[in-house]
Write a protein that binds this ligand. Structure first.
Ligand SMILES: [Zn+2]
Length: 229
């Protein structure tokens, strides 16, 4: 791996005890005073004016409507319970007890501090204990947590904790690498910088060789292992 790229990465290890999923169902209750669509569109008009433009000019006339529709997509994850996604498991595995890995799951999220995009990929591995899960369900789980206002550390922990709780495997490992546009396009303006977070549970936390195998499988052994040494 290119040394300079590695050096640019900000390594953060999600602390095992602090990073608990806040609501154990993972479903956030809808806000009681949810504004109407018209109110949301009006808020976008206000932001356009705040930026210094005229929301009534032709090119911007339909923008509030489009922005509100985009928000429905960006934040669709609030409406789904992550745990139910993992409910269906398979027990006929012929004794398969090696690492199951889903690598390079692309995600788009939004940081809860600036509402700017976070774009990156997630690697998820688990060590099965009698049952396995359809791999598309793991990608779906990422989607549910990503399509919310997030910080990367919390999202990493939420993904790992949910799998750990529902599937009860021998171990779970989650690594997230992402670019934060609040950092690459504004503020300190550092394009090319990736933040890497990880959460290791069970065998991946306790057993160095299991962890190393996982990190080798995602091709990230250098930066990943550094986080645990
Ligand atoms: Zn931010």
């Amino acid at each position: 791996m290119d040394k300079t790229v590695t050096a640019e990465k900000t390594l953060k290890v999600v602390d095992g005890d602090k990073a608990k999923v806040p609501d154990m169902d993972g479903l956030i209750e809808p806000v009681a005073d949810k504004p109407s669509r018209a109110e949301a569109e009006e808020a976008v008009r206000t932001l356009i004016k705040w930026a210094g433009d005229d929301p009534d000019r032709e090119g911007l006339r339909d923008t509030p409507d489009r922005v509100v529709r985009s928000y429905e997509e960006f934040f669709v994850g609030y409406g789904t319970c992550p745990k139910t996604i993992l409910q269906r498991t398979f027990e006929e595995t012929d004794g398969y007890d090696e690492i199951v890995l889903l690598r390079d799951i692309r995600f788009e999220s939004h940081c809860e501090h600036h509402m700017a995009p976070i774009i990156g990929k997630v690697h998820i591995a688990y060590l099965p204990h009698r049952r396995v899960i359809g791999i598309s369900k793991l990608a779906r789980l990422v989607e549910i947590f990503a399509k919310r206002l997030q910080i990367q550390e919390k999202m990493t922990a939420q993904i790992a904790n949910t799998i750990d709780e529902v599937l009860e495997p021998k171990g779970v490992a989650v690594v997230v690498e992402a670019a934060h546009q609040c950092m690459t396009t504004r503020g300190i303006n550092k394009p090319g910088t990736l933040m890497v977070t990880s959460r290791m549970l069970g065998a991946f936390r306790d057993n160095a060789s299991t962890r190393r195998e996982f990190l080798a499988m995602i091709g990230n052994s250098q930066s990943g292992e550094a986080a645990f040494s």
